[in-house]
Each structure stands twice: as C-alpha cells, then as structure tokens.
Ligand binder design. Structure first.
Ligand code: SAH
Length: 248
C-alpha cells in the first residue's frame, strides 16, 4: 500500500509537497488564530511540515495520515527534529474515508482532494471529523489564466479544462456547498518554482546514484522535458491556494 514510486523519487527531498512556501505556511497558521491545544487532523499530510511547524509555533496537537511510507517516515523524523513528538502522530495509511475518533478544531486536506473524489467529497469527509464551529482547510489548484484549449490544460498535467475552476468560481463553489470562506493564502509563481524546480536537482542526483534502476529512463525523460513544460504551462496557467472554510 503506497503511492507510485516515481513521486517518492522526485519529491524525496521536499518538506512541502505543494507550491506553498515555509513563510506562507507560517502566515496561514497565524492567520487562522488557532488556540494552543487545538486538535488538527491532516489528511494526506505528506512529510508533515504543516503539523510539525504549527505544533512548534502555535502549540497545536494532531494527527496526519498519508499513503506514502517514505513521506510518513520523514514526517516522524521532522517531529523529532522540531521537538514535537509529544504533540503529533503520523499514520501511514489511506486517508480516503478516514474519520478521527475525537472531533478536531481544524480538519485539513492540502493538495490531495482526490482522496474524497474531489473538493466537495473531501469537504464532506473532513466535516465528519470536525467539531461544531471548527475550520476546514482545503489546498487546491485553480486556473490563474484560463487555458485556451484542453491541450494547454493537458500541458498543465490536467485531464481537461474542467479539472479546475478560476479563483472566483472556486471561491463561489465553497459558498454553494454551504461554507463561508474565512481565510485564504495563495501560492505565487516563486512558490511553484520551489515545488517544481526542486524536483529537478533531486532527479539529477538520483540518476547519478541509480543509473540502473527500473525508473531511470522515466526519470531521465522527466528531467529533460520538465523545465520547459513547466515554464510553458503550469507556471503560467495554474494557481494554487489554501482555503479556510466554516459551515454557514
Ligand atoms: N499535504 C502535504 C502533501 C501534499 S502532496 C503537503 O502539503 O506537503 C499529496 C500527498 O497525498 C502525498 O503525500 C501522497 O503521499 C498523499 N496521498 C496520495 N493518495 C493518498 C491517499 N489515498 N491517502 C493518504 N494520502 C495520500
């Protein structure tokens, strides 16, 4: 039970597996005005940077669930490094359908809304773990510029234009689901570079260390094509943000 190995190769050195940067993650945590001791559930917690830094800086406690054994191991090491092992727990497992035993004040899924079959389904899933008056966090891409064709959307690694909304439409969609948008922090192109360009050096070093690996040809092809694809498509057309929601 794990994610496809290619991601654990290309993102093995990432602390944050999204275009949000450490400073923006800190801005978001502060913006939410969480009381120390607030319980957090983070579905698809990756390498645990949000939970670990917010435990250290804001005194929250919580649980992360992620399907990647490697990222979960990195999250546990990060908790040790930041001295927050008493506050956070990382579970290696499938977050689809995961509901916490104890209700939480903040329920998050940052950049993995496929676990609930899309944004609406993921909000419904998170709501099942949320105490009344709690906050839901959703990290999701949106079209920064509308792609003119589905081919351009495909260049952004979307299946079609319909995969994502514009920012105004995404914000409106939360309202249609019965939620107020109470905060947001948006990534910018520099943040996208930190997420995407960081993969390139990781791939290059991995190729040097693993020339005979079964994934070597795929990683070589990605390293060759990704900078130009990314600059042509994702960097221009795709935005990304984390949205804080409260039930109306
Ligand atoms: N929220 C983290 C990770 C986002 S990347 C961050 O912002 O850094 C997407 C994550 O989803 C990866 O860590 C991947 O391992 C995880 N993932 C993918 N499918 C999953 C599933 N079914 N259940 C739990 N985690 C999943």
């Amino acid at each position: 039970m794990d994610i496809p190995r290619i991601f654990t190769v290309t993102e093995s050195a990432h602390r944050i597996h999204n275009p949000i940067t450490p400073d923006k993650l800190a801005t978001l945590g502060a913006a939410l005005r969480l009381e120390p001791g607030t319980r957090v559930l983070d579905l698809a917690s990756g390498s645990g940077e949000m939970l670990c830094t917010w435990a250290r800086d804001l005194g929250v406690v919580g649980t992360g669930v992620d399907l990647s054994a490697l990222f979960t191991e990195h999250a546990r090491l990060r908790a040790e490094e930041l001295g927050v092992t008493g506050q956070v727990t990382f579970i290696h497992g499938d977050a689809a359908g995961y509901v916490s035993g104890e209700k939480v004040g903040l329920a998050a899924c940052v950049g993995a809304t496929w676990i609930g079959g899309g944004v609406a389904g993921t909000i419904d899933l998170l709501a099942q773990s949320l105490q009344s008056g709690g906050i839901i966090l959703i990290g999701e891409p949106f079209w920064r510029q509308m792609p003119p064709t589905d081919a351009v959307a495909a260049g952004c690694l979307a299946t079609s234009i319909a995969d994502f909304l514009t920012l105004p439409d995404l914000l409106a969609s939360f309202g249609h689901l019965g939620y107020d948008v109470v905060e947001m922090v948006l990534a910018d192109q520099d943040g996208w570079d930190r997420y995407e360009a960081a993969k390139w050096l990781t791939m290059r070093r991995w190729l040097e260390a693993n020339p005979d690996d079964e994934l070597a040809a795929e990683v070589r092809a990605q390293l060759t094509s990704e900078p130009e694809r990314y600059a042509t498509y994702t960097r221009e057309y795709l935005g990304w943000g984390v949205f804080a929601l409260m039930r109306q």
